[in-house]
Design a protein. Structure first.
Length: 94
């Protein structure tokens, strides 16, 4: 994955210099599974970003990922577990 195909828009918190909210557009192909959608490229990017944040001093409880699709939640969970050994503790699927 290269950063050249990723567009980010962030709202920064001026106290610590870290963005409070970032929205990312990752080019990839949407797939369908179990009556829901997922995107492998997006899941890989989320996992890279989470690993980078954790290795740069951001605490687990300070990181949140929002996705609209149940299959994407499962794809992120499995990718994160396989690539870095981290697991997602809390999920909320509505």
């Amino acid at each position: 994955m290269t950063l050249s195909n990723i567009f980010a828009r962030c709202i920064f918190n001026t106290q610590d210099g870290l963005p409070a909210v970032c929205l990312y557009n990752v080019l990839g192909r949407q797939k369908y599974s179990s009556a829901s959608f997922y995107n492998e490229e997006e899941a890989e990017f989320v996992c890279l970003l989470i690993s980078w944040l954790l290795s740069n001093g951001v605490e687990r409880h300070q990181i949140g990922v929002i996705t609209l699709y149940k299959s994407q939640v499962y794809k992120i969970q499995s990718t994160l577990s396989q690539t870095s050994g981290y697991c997602i503790v809390n999920t909320c699927i509505i």
